[in-house]
Design a protein around this ligand. Sequence first.
Ligand code: ZN
Length: 423
Amino acid sequence: MKELIKKLRLAVFLLLGLIILFSLYLAFFSKPEIYGLDSLSKLPRTKEIKLSVSDNVSSIKVDILQNGKRLNLFYRELGKDKNVNFTLKPQDHGVKDGKAKIVVQLKRWNLLTSVFELDTVVDTQPPRVNIIQAPYAVYQGGAGAIRLSVSEPVEIRVRVGEQSFKAFKVNDKVFISIFPVPADTPPNTYVWVFAKDEVGNESRVGTGIRVREFKFKTYTINLDGRELKILRKIEEILGEKVSPEGFVEAFKRINEDIRYKNEKRIRELALKSEAKKLWAGKFLQLKNSKVISLFGEKRNYRYKGKFISSSRHWGYDLASVKNAPVEASNSGKVIFTGYIGIYGNVVMIDHGLGIVSLYAHLAEYRVKEGDEVKKGQIIGITDATGLAFGDHLHFGLLVQGVEVNPIEWWDGKWIERNIQTVF
Ligand SMILES: [Zn+2]
């Protein structure tokens, strides 16, 4: 019995010993870890560095090795918080542009040191941008084009108010951008070009362009007496029965929620544009047609003496004869045919470099997705599908996913002076 207790006691001591040894091993010998080290692989003029280390790390030291010299960038003793955030400006530490090596030392309990190494590139020079060609004036709801050269590989964005748009590469040093001016951009908004190099240095260059005001029309439309006709359309679009008592609610749903969804879909589709110019010369307007509604119009709807809803019209409505043939307004590639709610049956054609045309309320298509089309080729037949009362074509133009005023693109002189100049 005594022997057994002795043996048990020995076993317990051995087990406790093992646990203590294992804990010591964890504390002293398990390798410390570091996260976010990659953020040190490219160093621009200034960078927010965010690292974190494992719990067993007591201090962190970040050095840089360059041309045989070792310079310290950062040192911190760590308490409970193992997140390490700091702003790094290489020039403040005497670091030069070019290749270098980052050496990070992590200490455990101020005894053992682990070293992490990483190749890095230091580039503190922001890209230089030179505007070669820019339009004299751009208008709300219009478009413009810029040609520019750059000093090093960059990503270019053209900023118009809240939004920014991409540029296409002509070669390593030259970019062009055809950019939209969203219709709700405030007048006098200045257009900027932002260039970001591969390391993350950014520069901003003024274009000299200020957005000019365009007078959009506002209409009030009375729905009294047209309820049944409108209800039939709403039912067609929603694919469900709507009771006459629910007219106002259903109209709001169509004119706001469904319209929002449909426009979002169209804008997303319009971003599928090729990086090359597929169009040439002016865009065609529907043959022998009369303009019945303009781009950018604001429509306020009233019912029983009360305002109930409003919307904006993002194209031109053109009426010709019933079931008139519709021509491709310019050469390009069909990127969509299908039903889009209030727009009814739609064809969308990509003309390249961000420019897409849209043909809505059609009866049928004469083309399919992927078809290459020539300017003037018949692509469909007009009708009144979707939220349309009477046969007409809704023609829209989008630049980089933003609706613009087709009137500019129907004008050969405007294209020559404002777009063609950048090629
Ligand atoms: Zn329309």
